[in-house]
Design a binder for this molecule. Sequence first.
Ligand SMILES: *[C@@H]1O[C@H](CO)[C@@H](O)[C@H](O)[C@H]1NC(C)=O
Ligand SMILES: *[C@@H]1O[C@H](CO)[C@@H](O)[C@H](O)[C@H]1NC(C)=O
Ligand SMILES: *[C@@H]1O[C@H](CO)[C@@H](O)[C@H](O)[C@H]1NC(C)=O
Ligand SMILES: *[C@@H]1O[C@H](CO)[C@@H](O)[C@H](O)[C@H]1NC(C)=O
Ligand SMILES: *[C@@H]1O[C@H](CO)[C@@H](O)[C@H](O)[C@H]1NC(C)=O
Ligand SMILES: *[C@@H]1O[C@H](CO)[C@@H](O)[C@H](O)[C@H]1NC(C)=O
Ligand SMILES: *[C@@H]1O[C@H](CO)[C@@H](O)[C@H](O)[C@H]1NC(C)=O
Ligand SMILES: *[C@@H]1O[C@H](CO)[C@@H](O)[C@H](O)[C@H]1NC(C)=O
Ligand SMILES: *[C@@H]1O[C@H](CO)[C@@H](O)[C@H](O)[C@H]1NC(C)=O
Length: 889
Amino acid sequence: MAILSLFTLLLIVVLSSFQFVTSQVLHDQIILLSLGYELGVPGWSLNSSDHCSWPGIVCSLNNSMVERLDLSGHGLQGNVSRISELKALKSLDLSNNNFHGIIPPVFGNLSELEVLDMSFNKFESLIPLDIGRLRNLRYLNLSNNLLTGGIPNELGGLEKLEDIQLYSNYLNGSIPLWIGNLTYLRVFTAYENQLSGEIPEKLGSVSELRLLNLHSNQLEGFIPESIFANKKLEALVLTQNKLTGEIPESIGSCKSLSSVRIGNNKLVGSIPKAVGDISSLTYFEADNNNLSGEIVADFAKCSNLTLLNLASNGFAGTIPPELGQLNNLQELIVSGNSLFGEIPTSVLKCKNLNKLDLSNNRFNGSIPIDICYTTRLQYLLLSQNSMRGEIPGEIGNCNKLLQLEMGSNYLTGTIPPEIGRIKNLQIALNLSYNHLHGPVPQELGRLDKLVSLDLSNNQLSGNIPNSLKGMLSLIEVDFSNNQFTGPIPIFVPFQKSSKSSYSGNKGLCGAPLSSSCDSLNGYGNGDYHHRVSYRIILAVIGSGFLVFLSVTVVVCLFMMRERQEKAAKAAITVEEEICEKPEILAGSVFTENLRQAIDFDAVVEATMKDSNKLSTGTFSTVYKAEMPSGMTLSVKKLKSMDRTILHQQHKMIRELEKLSKLSHDNLMRPIGFVIYEEVALLLHQYFPNGTLAHFLHESSKEPEFKPDWHTRLSIAIGVAEALAFLHHVAIIHLDISSGNILLDPNFKPLVGEVEISKLLDPSRGTASISAVAGSFGYIPPEYAYTMQVTAPGNVYSYGVVLLEILTTKLPVDESFAEGLDLVKWVHGAPSRGETPEQILDPRLSTVSFTWRKEMLAALKVALMCTDSTPAKRPRMKSVIDMLREIVQD
Ligand SMILES: *[C@@H]1O[C@H](CO)[C@@H](O)[C@H](O)[C@H]1NC(C)=O
Ligand SMILES: *[C@@H]1O[C@H](CO)[C@@H](O)[C@H](O)[C@H]1NC(C)=O
Ligand SMILES: *[C@@H]1O[C@H](CO)[C@@H](O)[C@H](O)[C@H]1NC(C)=O
Ligand SMILES: *[C@@H]1O[C@H](CO)[C@@H](O)[C@H](O)[C@H]1NC(C)=O
Ligand SMILES: *[C@@H]1O[C@H](CO)[C@@H](O)[C@H](O)[C@H]1NC(C)=O
Ligand SMILES: *[C@@H]1O[C@H](CO)[C@@H](O)[C@H](O)[C@H]1NC(C)=O
Ligand SMILES: *[C@@H]1O[C@H](CO)[C@@H](O)[C@H](O)[C@H]1NC(C)=O
Ligand SMILES: *[C@@H]1O[C@H](CO)[C@@H](O)[C@H](O)[C@H]1NC(C)=O
Ligand SMILES: *[C@@H]1O[C@H](CO)[C@@H](O)[C@H](O)[C@H]1NC(C)=O
């Protein structure tokens, strides 16, 4: 303290000698200097005597007092109490730092304050009552902290409040009644807390309210009728609460509503016909309630409706044919109801339909031959219904399908060979529990992306065709309970499957069955499991979404071209071949000193040669490109498959540029882009060492493998640093996986795929239709119900990467038992009586006692990161601290 006073005194002397300053201004400067000193704010120093020019500071024009202070995103910590002495402060932004402790009650002295943003820190304990003295406050953001207790009544006097954001804390108690008295309130979010009680009826009198988001609390009671009375509400998100009662009839009077998400509650009754009056409706999600009655045809009047999810309710009746008028409909999900009738052919004509989920109902009739009237269909889910007749060969027209589920129906006839034309099929092909007969068509072998094939419980006969060896991505098969004969083809996925996948057949022989093919009489004993592993589905859905994302990026890029062309023509030719020398439509290199070295024509040419291919995904391919200058680039080529989502290309390019400027040693930044024809290319630096996945799972199999724990640990720390940095600047990574982490020649990790994360941030817009999960095996468990990727979700995915580093096992490894992934396998070790030594890669953990000890410490961190409760996971910053301590100890 004495030192600080001396310091202050010294400053006063120094400052006074500069120029004339009023005492209050001098006071502000001293406060800033001591704050800068306490918090370590970069760039606040005396070489510029005018503190108004320091970074993050804006002064009033007439008297040079500090009016705005922006310290966001600097990773700061320390005591911020003295900010309360900046008397003229109108706007204070402390968001995205590492501040902890209580929110200083002296902030109540900032009587001029209009904007207070303390979000994304670790402020804890109660919200101080003194905040209630900030009479001029308009924006209050305390979200993403560790705040507890209730929302204090003292805030009720802040009549000017327009925005209150309190989400992701541990707040409890009920939503205060005074919220209904705030005349100017536009935004109120308090999701992901522990709020209980009812939603105050009076909220309805808040005439400016546009966004109300209270999901994932424990709210009870009714959705207040009056909420819809104000005509301005745009988004209502009440998912995952305990709300009861009916959807109020008044909903129809709220014409501005665009997004209604009320799933996972206990709502009853039918959907009011008045929904048809909500002309702006784009997103209606009411799954997992106890709603009943018929699906109202009035939805057809909501011409912008993009998603309708009524799954897992008690709806009966048929699907109204009028829904076919919904030209914008992308997803129709009505699984788990009691609907019947034929597959609504009119709906199949919705030209943007991407997902049709009718499963687990009582639909009957046959599968229409124009099932793929819309070629955009990616998910066709018809299982557990009463469909009859044959599967039409026209199913082969569904060439965009990723998942085809027709199990548990009464389908007859043979499997049409045309299914082999659905080259994109990857999540699952399920025809189980039907009455199909005849042979398995050879053509199925062409489905080289398919992960899960279930033909069980039919009357299929003949051999399992050798051509199925073409299914290179297969993980799970089920041929059980048919009349198959002959040898099981020698093909790794076949032999790795359990015996039960072949049981109940007439005469199958060979591994994995115990009957050898010399004596053709042994067949299975009928212990049959009809279950497509959930993990696979989830994983593939994850990658499917990712694909969707990449596509979105491309679509954005396309907009540039689209505008130049006449709208009518371009729409159909999607996958046309690139001709001789394509015209480059747009391109840019963000880094000045690389501009000379990069030649766009050479970039484009490189992507024309297969020999340059480094890796291929369904919708993107990475090429190596040698520039005439001698530089080598990695070029990611994205192809267009879908044009349903329209974003502005300028915004996107700006985002790319911004990202290119993000400076962190462990981030892979885009260095430019090129657009030609239908193709968008993203340019990155080239790293010959490949990815972390390759390093862990391929290189380590080579004979010259040298165990090096410290390299692995420093990779883990580097990745953690990149993520901590991203979280600081409020970016949530959408696809953390070892395959997206590159290694430079010194094994420094670089986290990639950040651009996708930034271009599409699903945690923002409440109306975002495309949920994003991440990759195979890295998806946090809470994602299943929140459909949001959050910072704790990132920590989980990071934990999976750390487990991969420690165990050298894949996130979904074939060595695990059914239904287990890496996380479950590790967490379950104690209950299986296994020691940590049996979990860690023994090639490292047995090298030295020190290594073993350090690996065990890192394992502890990984277990914390992969805790199933998001709130219990540490933040990235403390992960770094914990990992660093391991080395020091
Ligand atoms: C302030 O001084 C430091 C060195 O003492 C220098 O690095 C920095 O650029 C100076 N800042 C300004 C704004 O002149
Ligand atoms: C500075 O301007 C503000 C309004 O912008 C006013 O309230 C204040 O009194 C002015 N101060 C001085 C010293 O003129
Ligand atoms: C922060 O500093 C103020 C004095 O400026 C002091 O009263 C307070 O106790 C400090 N808070 C903490 C948590 O150290
Ligand atoms: C804050 O205001 C209280 C009165 O509300 C006053 O007693 C106190 O001295 C003020 N604190 C500072 C640091 O100005
Ligand atoms: C906090 O909330 C305000 C008001 O809604 C918003 O403008 C601001 O961007 C939020 N801060 C962060 C870091 O998201
Ligand atoms: C809220 O949580 C605190 C602990 O953080 C507890 O003491 C209090 O009783 C809770 N209040 C309600 C209404 O649940
Ligand atoms: C809301 O305002 C009304 C009238 O101004 C007042 O009577 C009531 O007490 C206020 N309610 C709350 C909870 O502050
Ligand atoms: C449908 O969406 C478009 C584009 O967002 C918008 O311009 C239009 O007003 C919307 N239609 C209705 C009826 O709200
Ligand atoms: C759902 O509602 C029906 C009446 O519509 C009722 O019989 C049933 O018990 C309810 N189920 C649940 C789980 O609340």
